[in-house]
Ligand binder design. Structure first.
Ligand SMILES: NC(=O)c1ccc[n+]([C@@H]2O[C@H](COP(=O)([O-])OP(=O)(O)OC[C@H]3O[C@@H](n4cnc5c(N)ncnc54)[C@H](OP(=O)(O)O)[C@@H]3O)[C@@H](O)[C@H]2O)c1
Length: 266
């Protein structure tokens, strides 16, 4: 039995960060479609407003690198009860410079967003999640790392380090929460073709973005990752998918990406 879909209790409540595009928006859609109550946060209000209209989610503008914004979300949620699921998805890469040339300010920004932004959300929401766990048997902290956390690649140094930082932090958190009914789920995708990830990485350079995905017949899309997140939080309360690495079939490893059609060798 899943923890949400067949329950006769109040729907489980989820907070999704980075909800204005890509994996976050897809996760909000998928959770809302399955009856979860969702609060979606990101910085761009107009995009959140469209998502709210489409899905019925509640939205709040929040920059996860800003303590006051995160505290305002916590206070909003606390007024309305507990929280059952945190999807700490806001993140991304800035630049693809070699270690010897990268701008330390870009590296700081990646750490601030991916590592500290995630920690800030977890720290703020943990007390609410504990109440959620009491009410619904289990609570979930789902966080997006990346296959980049595990395998370095040229030009990936800052993002590799930031996502490895996310992975390390989640490992510590899972140990610290041992004995509590709170699952820590790390989702580590490989190539996901989302609208903005590569554009943000390459400072809006569409040619670089297109080159990245060129010829890849079927990269993962945001809905693929959202499906896994929804599956993870819907598992029976005693089951923890603690680390899910997922890639498109065309990407056998970080450095082994097949461009062109996939065909059996007959
Ligand atoms: N796409 C991939 O290939 C891939 C692979 C592995 C892992 N991931 C990870 O998966 C997550 C989602 O990726 P995606 O492809 O969906 O990226 P995306 O389309 O670029 O979306 C990133 C989201 O994060 C939000 N965001 C960025 N900075 C923020 C901040 N300071 N405060 C609050 N929200 C912020 C953005 O919204 P606003 O600009 O409106 O704030 C946006 O909604 C990221 O953690 C990424 O590192 C992606």
């Amino acid at each position: 039995m899943g923890t949400n879909e067949t329950s006769s209790r109040a729907p489980r409540r989820a907070l999704v960060s980075g909800a204005s595009s890509g994996i976050g928006a897809a996760t909000v859609r998928a959770l809302c479609a399955r009856g979860y109550e969702v609060v979606a946060i990101a910085r761009r209000e107009d995009r959140l407003a469209s998502l709210a209209q489409e899905t019925g989610c509640t939205t709040m503008v929040c920059d996860v690198t800003n303590e006051h914004d995160v505290e305002a979300v916590r206070a909003y949620l606390a007024k309305r009860g507990s929280l059952d699921i945190l999807v700490a998805n806001a993140g991304g890469a800035i630049g693809a410079d070699p270690v010897g040339e990268g701008d330390p300010r870009d590296w700081s920004a990646m750490f601030e967003l991916n590592v500290i932004g995630t920690q800030r959300l977890i720290r703020a929401m943990l007390p609410l999640l504990r109440h959620g766990a009491l009410e619904h048997q289990v609570a979930d902290i789902v966080s997006l790392s990346s296959t980049a956390a595990f395998v370095s690649y040229e030009g990936g140094g800052g993002y590799n380090a930031a996502k490895a930082g996310v992975h390390a932090m989640l490992g510590a958190l899972r140990l610290e929460l041992a004995g509590e009914p709170i699952r820590v789920v790390e989702i580590a995708p490989g190539m996901v073709h989302t609208e903005e990830f590569a554009l943000n990485r390459f400072a809006g350079d569409e040619a670089k973005r297109d080159a990245l995905y060129e010829g890849v017949e079927a990269p993962l899309v945001a809905d693929d990752v959202a499906d896994v997140i929804v599956y993870a939080v819907g598992c029976p309360a005693h089951v923890n998918l603690d680390l899910v690495q997922m890639r498109p079939v065309a990407q056998a490893a970080q450095h082994k990406l097949h461009r062109g059609p996939l065909r059996p060798k007959l």
